[in-house]
Design a protein around this ligand. Structure first.
Ligand SMILES: [Zn+2]
Length: 168
């Protein structure tokens, strides 16, 4: 049943070469009739005879990958007659270098920001939490002094408090 369906559906190679496709056709697993453009490309660039030899030179388990790479190379060669797939590789390498350069810049910025954050955190931790000099005001004094003490409890530094009262 299955062999009948295969015999009535020739592979793309046999269909293009107008020959009878058999069950053990070398091209059948890799060049299905539904994708004729793949065989057309490899046939134009390498020739059917060379494709047959190249597929036979590799183990059966690797023939699928070999056929795929032949299609890839042939398609690239048809699009880029001078450089073929080398043009694609060069373009991708250039992109990799660009992205690596951007990544290096981002990494450097990250390192710089981490250093700044670390410095800021160590400054905050090392800052004294005891009330500043202006908070040493005597208790029970005027309303002004009570306000000053409240400000000290919120951790304002002495120069900031001084500016605050100057504005008042
Ligand atoms: Zn065939």
């Amino acid at each position: 049943m299955e062999s009948n369906s295969k015999s009535t559906m020739p592979c793309a190679a046999c269909k293009h070469l107008r020959r009878r496709c058999t069950e053990d056709c070398l091209f059948l697993p890799y060049f299905p009739a539904a994708e004729p453009e793949k065989f057309m490309a490899v046939h134009r660039v390498f020739g059917a005879s060379n494709i047959s030899k190249m597929l036979q030179d590799v183990p059966v388990t690797d023939r699928g990958d070999a056929a795929a790479s032949l299609v890839y190379e042939a398609t690239a060669r048809l699009q880029q007659p001078v450089y073929g797939c080398v043009a694609l590789i060069a373009s991708l390498q250039k992109r990799v270098f660009q992205l690596q350069s951007e990544l290096d810049e981002v990494s450097a910025t990250t390192m710089r920001l981490r250093t700044q954050l670390s410095s800021a955190l160590s400054f905050i931790v090392s800052s004294p939490q005891s009330p500043p000099l202006a908070c040493a005001a005597e208790e029970g004094s005027s309303h002004e002094h009570n306000k000053q003490l409240q400000q000290c409890q919120y951790g304002y530094s002495y120069p900031q408090m001084k500016d605050y009262y100057t504005e008042l």
